[in-house]
Design a protein around this ligand. Structure first.
Ligand code: FAD
Length: 373
């Protein structure tokens, strides 16, 4: 099992629950901890300390699962062999859940004159930057597609407004949001409508169908792909996403991402599955979709181990929470089926949904890490 994020942790937990010590699952990740994407925003805006957002793999107690902290250096999908900094491993069944790597350096000026809030390091460092911010022009912007968690940039713009208001800096600041989409969350028109109403209410300047090409650091200008410019004092960017280099060189990726059977998540290499952000399965890059895919792969592996069959296939459904600020949350429920337009609903925004989101995180940590997580 390569990668201990949303996808990898879910597969490990489900198989451990089913097989216990009879399982022999090696879970490999280069990091020493898991951090929810939404916790990055909590830490960045000073709502939670960084310590509380970090879940250490050393605390993972799952019978039949061995966590190995190592960098995956090469993957041979035909031989199901991986080389890592902890040595080679040969698998009967291989699952690739290595997510998307982030490349701030791909956008000129971003590293030198801006900030990104998608990596753990970037988001955590921003908590100090924001604490020192004295107001001005804030631009939240996307630098490429595809990108993880489509609601996150909208949430960031709304939470920025809340943050500035709480510090008495809202009147001396502007907040702009640059996105390469016609709507904040195109698959959910109702959620998009609620977000656009919130942007209008909070005075957020919404720039749809645009991408950030570069930052002109000397002139403090955000340069858009269409040639337009926006002044900035604080730029909060979503960096370029790519498959990890080890996946690119493995032969698993086609046109940048790993194609899989949309119903079984199997790659074109028999016995090699891929789930989550690393794939081009057709759902948004979000943890809830990685988790749903993981459940299907776990069911298929369980059937193989038992020597029977499963008809379980992926349903393309994901439910996620959208922060509007001031304790208000929306709940988006969308289903993506191959070849059909997405369908789904939207609830809120309301303060009652906060308890749902807290339970979402708590239940995952309990399931993924065992009692001590
Ligand atoms: C700001 C923000 C907010 C978000 N909010 C939400 C939300 O509210 N709900 C939601 O569902 N999703 C949210 N997401 C998206 C979510 O975090 C990802 O989509 C999800 O983590 C993808 O799961 P995954 O298993 O595919 O990959 P990841 O969870 O990214 O896991 C991949 C793992 O692979 C490891 N890895 C990579 N390369 C190597 C290598 N060479 N060797 C060893 N290990 C390696 C990494 O260390 C990582 O642990 C958010 C993301 C961000 C950035």
């Amino acid at each position: 099992m390569l990668g201990a994020g949303f996808g990898g942790l879910e597969i490990a937990a489900l198989l451990s629950a089913g097989f216990g010590d009879a399982l022999d699952l090696v879970l490999i990740d280069k990091s020493d901890c898991f951090v929810f994407g939404f916790s990055k925003l909590d830490v960045m805006f000073g709502r939670h300390p960084a310590d509380g957002a970090v879940h250490r793999y050393a605390d993972l107690v799952q019978p039949g699962v061995r966590f190995v902290r190592a960098d995956v250096l090469s993957i041979d999908p035909t031989a199901k062999r991986v080389d890592t900094t902890a040595g080679p491993f040969v698998a009967d069944i291989l699952v690739v859940a290595l997510g998307a790597d982030l490349h701030p350096e791909a956008t000129p000026g971003l590293v030198e004159g801006g900030h990104e809030f998608y990596t753990v390091a970037g988001a955590f460092a921003l908590s100090e930057v924001l604490a020192d911010f004295r107001g001005g022009d804030v631009v939240v912007g996307l630098t490429s597609t595809p990108f993880k968690c489509p609601p996150a940039p909208s949430e960031t713009a709304l939470l920025m407004c809340e943050f500035l208001t709480a510090r008495g800096l809202r009147d001396s600041s502007t907040v702009s949001l640059v996105m390469p989409l016609p709507l904040p969350i195109p698959p959910s028109p109702l959620a998009s409508e609620a977000l656009l109403a919130a942007f209008a209410d909070r005075g957020i300047a919404w720039h749809p169908d645009r991408l950030v090409r570069a930052l002109d650091v000397a002139r403090r200008r955000v340069v858009l792909a269409d040639g337009g410019e926006l002044p900035y004092d604080l730029f909060l960017g979503v960096p370029t996403h790519r498959v990890p280099a080890v996946v690119a060189s493995s032969g698993l990726a086609v046109d940048g991402w790993v194609p899989v059977d949309p119903l079984t998540l199997e790659t074109r290499f028999p016995g090699v599955y891929a789930v989550g952000d690393v794939t081009s399965v057709g759902t948004p890059k979000a943890g809830v979709f990685a988790e749903g895919q993981a459940a299907v792969v776990a069911a298929r592996i369980a059937a193989l181990l038992r020597g029977d069959a499963t008809d379980r296939t992926y349903d393309g459904r994901g439910v996620c929470y959208v922060e509007f600020g001031a304790g208000q949350l929306g709940k988006v429920d969308v289903t993506f089926l191959s070849g059909q337009p997405p369908t789904g609903g939207f609830e809120g925004p309301s303060s009652a949904l906060m308890a749902d989101k807290v339970e979402f995180g708590r239940s995952r940590i309990e399931r993924w890490f065992g009692q001590r997580g």
